[in-house]
Design a binder for this molecule. Structure first.
Ligand SMILES: *Cc1c(COP(=O)(O)O)cnc(C)c1O
Length: 462
């Protein structure tokens, strides 16, 4: 399989190169040149497979000949062997039609582990024998950073620079990143918002000389391999609830549009997805874009769901490309306009195409708390606030099919809000260890390109 850029001006790559590259050289994001299509029989054949077996089967068309079938399965077994639940991503029933898919049983307690544990192993495999180290640069609103750091700490041929917005991640999230002492891990607190941090990362990638000198690579959800790994759990859950014989809806707490875009990919492959509910908090750029066709950036509001406090959703560009006849030049012009004016109009094809599969809902703090209380009082489930946003949207959706809410973080990761909603303070699971006793290591830098790229240049080994 070959991968093409959403902006139409970067070389096409295979799975290995797309994994290592992250962002395309024209500033676009990579996508398969065509969607693999599965028959109902192929989907039905997933019934009974374990999670790692399902992962190897679903990812095979995307991996192509970059890995043998046996190698891919063995990497999946290794990655998901580190999860604390024997089912890897257990499905929990809340009421007749409402389900939770628990994606937080990995080492850092958020769904990011599902993709990043595998990505860490793919990096190691694809870099074996490499003479120049890869420099992974990422911006995190909290959970990507810890998951990437856990997945890449101590791995050969990789240096990691992880930017987080200073003071805007929880103490657990910060400590999960800053207490990792492997010498290839560099934590940077940026004095700004997540969007500021993400803009700095983009600027470093857009500097072609800098990017090639340090062999920059990305592990946030612009990295295609991450999305491919997330497509898996849509199949896994849907097949357990009756697919392909019955359509399933998903409600997804959305920030950067990566997770829910993986659901779109599953639908493109033939999975019967009745609806994808894009659940946002009050940072509702996506809800506004999907409802009115206006993609316009607002102010970032800090909420109890920091992983969704985003006003620019990188992966939305992938949807615009796929729904816009895959016209890279047109998307490049659209994105240029957006970067200049912070607003754009979706074309009619993009707006109506999105409306066919996606629904969106903006959930405020009261509705989120209400959903968290409901899950606890009526189904005995303690859920985190991000999951609360998606469950609130799922319960308002009024669909006639089973709705799976993606449970994206362990409740202990956001203990204060969980306690306020339910009166219960969930304990941190033993697997995170003595987080509060360990020494932290990070630098704080102003949100300027000079400061951050200077720091990378000083500490990268490129
Ligand atoms: C990252 C994250 C999200 C948002 O996922 P996107 O792929 O950015 O849309 C939601 N919830 C949690 C807990 C997260 O860590």
């Amino acid at each position: 399989m070959r991968y093409v850029s959403t902006r139409g001006a970067a070389p096409s790559l295979n799975f290995r190169d797309v994994t290592l590259a992250g962002l395309a050289s024209d500033g676009g994001l990579y996508l398969p040149d065509a969607w693999p299509r599965w028959s109902a029989g192929e989907i039905a054949a997933l019934a009974g497979l374990t999670y790692p077996q399902t992962a190897a089967r679903v990812m095979a068309p995307f991996v192509g000949d970059a890995l043998s079938t046996d190698d891919l399965l063995s990497l999946c077994e290794q990655a998901y062997g580190r999860f604390a639940h024997a089912a890897v991503v257990p499905l929990v029933q809340l009421d007749h039609d409402q389900w939770l898919l628990e994606l937080f049983h990995g080492p850092t307690l958020a769904f990011k582990d599902v993709a990043l544990q595998l990505l860490g192993l793919l990096f190691e495999r694809f870099l074996t024998g490499s003479d120049r180290p890869l420099t992974v640069i990422g911006a995190t609103s909290g959970d990507t950073g810890s998951a990437a750091i856990d997945a890449l700490a101590g791995r050969a041929h990789v240096e990691v620079f992880m930017l987080h917005p200073a003071g805007r991640v929880t103490e657990v999230q910060r400590r999960q990143m800053t207490t990792v002492t492997a010498p290839n891990i560099h934590n940077v607190a940026v004095e700004g918002t997540f969007d500021d941090a993400q803009a700095l990362v983009k600027a470093m990638f857009n500097d072609a000389a800098f990017a090639s000198r340090y062999r920059l690579s990305a592990v946030n959800s612009i990295n295609w391999a991450r999305l491919a790994a997330q497509v898996v759990y849509y199949f896994y859950a849907a097949v357990r609830l009756g697919a392909p014989g019955r359509a399933i809806a998903f409600s997804v707490p959305t920030g950067n549009f990566g997770d829910v875009f993986a659901g779109y990919v599953a639908a493109k492959m033939g999975l019967p997805v009745a609806k994808l509910i894009v659940a946002t908090n009050v940072n509702d750029i996506l809800a506004r874009a999907l409802t009115h066709g206006d993609y316009a950036r607002g102010e970032v509001h800090q909420t109890a769901t920091p992983s969704m406090d985003i006003q620019v959703s990188s992966n939305f560009e992938r949807l615009l490309f796929d729904l816009g006849d895959r016209d890279g030049a047109a998307v490049a012009a659209q994105m240029d306009g957006f970067e200049r004016t912070h607003a754009m109009r979706l074309t009619d094809a993009q707006h109506s195409g999105a409306g066919a599969l996606f629904a969106s809902d903006r959930i405020d703090a009261d509705n989120m708390m209400g959903a968290m209380r409901w899950a606890h009082e009526h189904a005995g489930q303690v859920i985190d606030p991000h999951t609360g946003i998606a469950l609130a949207a799922a319960r308002r959706a009024k669909l006639d099919v089973p709705i799976v809410t993606l449970a994206t973080a362990h409740p202990a990761k956001f203990g204060d809000t969980v306690e306020r909603a339910t009166g219960i303070r969930p304990p941190l699971p033993g697997r995170v260890g003595d987080l509060f006793d360990r020494q932290e290591r990070y630098v704080t830098l102003p949100a300027t390109l000079a400061a951050v790229s200077g720091y990378v240049a000083e500490h990268a080994s490129g």
